[in-house]
Design a protein around this ligand. Structure first.
Ligand SMILES: [Zn+2]
Length: 603
């Protein structure tokens, strides 16, 4: 080969290599986690399934090969709202992206088709119901394709938690292009679901790439609920940034939002019962906000790709450990420190268990019971919460993570078996229809009117508990209810559940985890952003102005981590700014001068 030709090839190789695109277009110095392995496989033209937790940089795994390979990448994605978010983000990086959905106006659709025909699209987002039609297949056949990505791939499996029949119809499209690499992506898939996705989408077993489930930047806290409005207020007072509070009913969403709102910070409700326009408006406000609190039912979250959510709090137990992981996983997608709080009550478990017995078909009860028990173990454990979560998903885990409540302030464990036995006896002797307050009165030997009127002062359990034991009755009741040894009726009356007998007979211990009164706060670690740094604040204000002018959320312009680096290295020129992580070529051109000017203003 002649020298000039070789140099030209070397040059082409250098500018189209994944690493150079990563640095130039996305502005990142290096790949994170399994990104490189996934990108390499797609670049080699092979089919793959990537299981990556949220926040691991999933979309980059198809965006980057879409730029590096010839042709247009098809991205099958189930949620139109999410597509529009992704197109906006791609746009900011200078990636040419568009969507074909039923929601797009005809004019826009024609424009998209024309751009596709001219080869002017790097990414084409399409909903599964459209992607599976013969008409779309013909369109695809006329288009040079770089890859086909199937996002939220767990929807293809009946084992997954979100099965969508449309996904099953994608196979003919994939098989029509056997040489186009297909990349399935999901954040939540257990073993059975992964195996099923491989089969359904025709991906070889060696194409499975699994990133660990750990979200090391999320700090987990679990607390018994005790006036949850006040608990949340205290939490919000110390916790800056946008956050989500999950509640269990529409009514609670409304009330708590009202209670949590302050003049300096918005708190808005979100639930399926709201007028769709109000719901959309509240969601848009949250996405654009830097400190809003969304008080929501679990209807909120799917399709929200906001990377700077700083905390997720549950005001009641989630449906399962899987749901807990998914919902808390909406915090800290940008990798900055984030918090997950869970406030639980014994009545949560009581309600879930009674629903299980009355509403769940017999054949599914066993599995549902296991789900609840796993959740009870998570809230009750005195050991590392993260370790428990990771093992639940089959990941290896260290004994201590150093970033959960139990690791940071180890609780003490007391043997409360005797107290539990006394409480169970008291419930039994009073014919299992009284609540924990009355049972405490009986055990304490208190002379109340209720005690006297029922003649409970004549029972053998009257006054048998010591002061120390009395202090444990409430947490013991909570623990017994969580593990289904005690059940509460609609009026709070406690009766035996299946776990009661073995504790009464002394065959099973009840160890109680006693949380320290107040967890040591390590505020320095909680907030990655500098406080009271005028340059950083000015950069944020600049970002806010640009975002408002362009009608995009601030994070689409730059993540906080990029602003922090700018505040630290103080680049005054475009070339210096281009070396900051997160500043790619397109963003440098669009926003660089504005931010460099802010820095120069502080010289
Ligand atoms: Zn831990």
């Amino acid at each position: 080969m002649r020298l000039a030709a070789r140099l030209r090839d070397d040059y082409r190789e250098a500018v189209t290599s994944p690493l150079s695109i990563l640095q130039r277009t996305f502005g990142f110095p290096s790949f994170r986690g399994v990104q490189e392995a996934v990108v390499d496989r797609v670049m080699a033209g092979r089919h793959s399934l990537a299981v990556m937790p949220t926040g691991a940089g999933k979309s980059l795994c198809y965006q980057l090969p879409a730029l590096a390979r010839e042709g247009t990448a098809l991205v099958v994605s189930p949620l139109i709202a999410l597509m529009h978010d992704q197109i906006r983000s791609a746009d900011a990086f200078g990636i040419r992206a568009a969507s074909l959905t039923s929601a797009d106006p005809e004019e826009e659709r024609q424009e998209t088709l024309a751009r596709l025909k001219r080869g002017e699209l790097d990414l084409l987002y399409v909903a599964p119901e459209r992607a599976s039609t013969p008409g779309f297949r013909e369109l695809a056949a006329r288009t040079p394709l770089s890859l086909i990505a199937v996002d939220e791939a767990h929807c293809v499996s009946e084992w997954g938690h979100d099965f969508r029949p449309d996904y099953r119809l994608l196979r003919p499209l994939l098989d029509a292009f056997p040489d186009v690499p297909r990349l399935a992506l999901t954040a939540t898939a257990d073993k059975a679901t992964r195996a099923d996705i491989l089969v359904q989408l025709g991906i070889p077993e060696d194409g499975l790439i699994v990133a660990g489930f750990d979200r090391p930047n999320i700090r987990y806290h679990v607390r018994p609920r005790d006036g949850v409005g006040q608990q949340l207020k205290a939490l919000l007072a110390e916790q800056p940034g946008p956050g989500i509070v999950y509640v269990t009913s529409r009514d609670k969403a409304e009330k708590l939002a009202e209670q949590l709102a302050t003049p300096g910070r918005r708190a808005l409700p979100y639930h399926a019962g709201l007028d769709p326009r109000v719901r959309a408006r509240n969601q848009a406000a949250f996405v654009a906000s830097e400190d809003m609190v969304m008080v929501a039912t679990v209807a909120f979250g799917m399709g929200i790709d906001k990377p700077d959510v700083r905390f997720v709090a549950h005001a009641g137990i989630p449906k399962s450990v899987e749901a807990y992981y998914q919902e808390t996983g909406r915090a800290g997608r940008d990798g900055d420190p984030a918090e997950a709080w869970l406030f639980w009550g014994a009545e949560d478990f009581a309600r879930a268990r009674s629903r299980l017995e009355s509403e769940v078909p017999e054949e599914r009860r066993g599995g549902e019971r296991q789900r609840l028990n796993a959740l009870a173990a998570l809230v009750e454990t005195g050991t590392c919460r993260r370790a428990l979560l990771l093992r639940h998903f089959g990941d290896d885990a260290p004994e201590h993570c150093g970033n959960c409540d139990n690791c940071l302030s180890p609780p003490t464990t007391v043997d409360a078996t005797q107290t539990a036995q006394k409480l169970l006896s008291a419930a039994f002797r009073t014919e299992m229809r009284f609540g924990v307050q009355h049972l405490t009165d009986v055990l304490a030997g208190r002379d109340t009117e209720k005690v006297r009127s029922f003649g409970h002062d004549r029972l053998s359990v009257f006054g048998i508990a010591s002061e120390e034991e009395l202090a444990l009755v409430k947490p013991v009741a909570r623990a017994l209810m969580a593990r289904d040894a005690l059940r509460a009726d609609a009026y709070g009356g406690l009766s035996f559940g299946p776990g009661a007998k073995s504790i009464l007979r002394g065959e099973q211990r009840l160890d109680l985890v006693v949380q320290p009164k107040r967890e040591r706060r390590r505020r320095a670690n909680r907030e990655a952003n500098p406080e009271g740094d005028p340059l950083f604040d000015a950069l944020r204000a600049c970002r806010r102005d640009l975002a408002a002018a362009q009608g995009v959320p601030p994070y689409v312009i730059f993540h906080d981590s990029t602003l922090r680096e700018i505040a630290a290295v103080k680049p005054t020129s475009l070339s210096a700014l281009s070396r900051v992580s997160g500043v790619g070529a397109a963003k440098l051109e669009k926003y660089g001068e504005a931010f460099a000017a802010v820095v120069r203003g502080f010289e």
